[in-house]
Ligand binder design. Structure first.
Ligand SMILES: [Zn+2]
Length: 417
């Protein structure tokens, strides 16, 4: 079999597609800001651009019932499932031009590179633009990859509405992207996703490539602390059951829990409200939220156990009662060892500095990992900023990420049946 390890993508061509497609949804008056909500005029325009670019190099485009675009280049061995390169072209309302977009356009660039070099892979290569990854127009996020993987039903997804009451089904019809293919009806040999890190770690450590080994798990809770409302001037301190003082102890405990496993555990209280909310009344009730994250189930479980232990102590110390109500659980995802190995090997051969890391954010790969061997490649982004009009990467960073993608896909294509 021919050795293609010297093959490289065209970095200037990749960059020019990033620049050219950024016209669809560019926020006027900002250097790089993007607003490309799912199935908006801008999203429809970039989808048409992608379809034209894919068909121009002989790819076959299939649209599924959720509007997800599957652009396929045939392989040499009939019967092999495609190796997918997927991400999303939709953005946040004040997003950037790389989150998701890089992953799809790098997929196109990989196929253009193979096309120019006259290389036919054994597996078909399928570039995928998953519909509504961001969850900005329709909730939940990652809805199309979720249906593909069996997390949500098709009917559930199609019935979701935007803030104007328009269903996803109606938006797909109106945009001309209600395809015929059943989401999830075809197998994938693997799913590769190149993405910006959306965090500060790679940049801070001066590392070029993140080899992503999974996605951290998330537990969300609503917490209600109950004490007794009392007069600020007449109630001796010893006789108080101040819900805010109990909640404050709990807040310190939550912070400690987040620092308990450095580099892995994270904890956040995003909402904290005291009632009745009066200057001269000790609060009888506090409502707060807790967000716990860890890349391992055992780590996440230990964080909850620690939180419950500390809650019991605070109840004893303060005489208040604390109710912890779980509202959401997203289990940690482990990516496929074979795909991770292909990515790590490609990174090493290319001579890029790299580290293994979990993803802090959700991605379509969270769901594809349930039905296909999946892995992700991260590149640094400026100041770790994402979901922001300031989001930025350099052409060199984008090129490095796409070269890892190309070489990892070629390696995976050679090694698997
Ligand atoms: Zn994304």
């Amino acid at each position: 079999m021919t050795d293609h390890t010297a093959l490289r993508i065209a970095g200037d061509r990749l960059w020019s597609t990033l620049t050219e497609t950024a016209q669809f949804g560019a926020i006027p008056g900002t250097p790089r800001g993007m607003c490309r909500l799912t199935l908006s005029e801008a999203d429809v325009a970039v989808r048409r651009w992608l379809i034209d670019a894919a068909t121009a190099i002989g790819m076959t485009v299939t649209i599924d019932k959720l509007g997800t675009i599957h652009a396929r280049r045939p392989g040499s061995e009939p019967g092999l499932a495609p190796i997918a390169i997927g991400s999303h072209l939709d953005t946040q309302p004040t997003g950037g031009r790389f989150d998701g977009i890089l992953g799809v356009l790098a997929g196109l660039e990989v196929v253009r590179t193979l096309h120019d070099a006259g290389i036919t892979t054994r597996h078909p290569i399928e570039v995928i633009n998953w519909t509504n990854e961001e969850g900005a127009r329709f909730a939940p996020a990652m809805v199309a990859s979720g249906v593909f993987a069996g997390e949500f039903t098709l009917d559930y997804a199609l019935a979701q509405t935007d803030r104007d009451g328009i269903t996803l089904a109606a938006a797909l019809d109106q945009a001309g992207f209600a395809g015929a293919a059943e989401p999830g009806a075809h197998a994938l040999a693997a799913h590769f996703e190149l993405h910006i890190e959306q965090g500060p770690v790679l940049e801070a450590e001066g590392i070029e490539i993140g080899v992503v080994n999974g996605v951290q798990g998330i537990r969300w809770y609503d917490v209600v602390v109950k004490g007794q409302t009392c007069h600020a001037g007449t109630t001796p301190m010893a006789l108080r059951r101040d819900a805010l003082q109990a909640a404050a102890r709990l807040a310190v405990a939550v912070d400690h829990i987040g620092r308990s496993d450095p580099g892995r555990s994270l904890s956040t209280i995003g909402l904290f409200q005291a009632y009745p909310g009066s200057r001269n009344t000790a609060p009888g009730e506090v409502r707060l939220t807790v967000d716990l994250r860890h890349p391992e189930v055992a780590g996440l479980d230990l964080m909850e156990v620690t939180l419950r232990d500390r809650m019991a102590e605070v109840e004893r110390e303060t005489g208040c009662t604390i109710a912890l109500n779980p509202v959401w659980y997203s289990p940690p995802v482990r990516f496929d060892p074979g795909v991770i190995d292909a990515i790590a090997g490609a990174t090493q051969r290319l001579g890029y500095t790299h580290r293994t890391m979990p993803s802090g954010a959700g991605h379509d790969s969270v769901y594809t990992a349930r039905v296909a061997p999946t892995g992700m490649i991260f590149i640094p982004c400026e100041n770790g900023i994402s979901h922001n009009i300031a989001e930025n990467v350099t052409p060199a960073q984008a090129t490095q990420g796409a070269n890892v993608l190309l070489q990892a896909v070629l390696d995976y294509d050679r090694r698997t049946a």
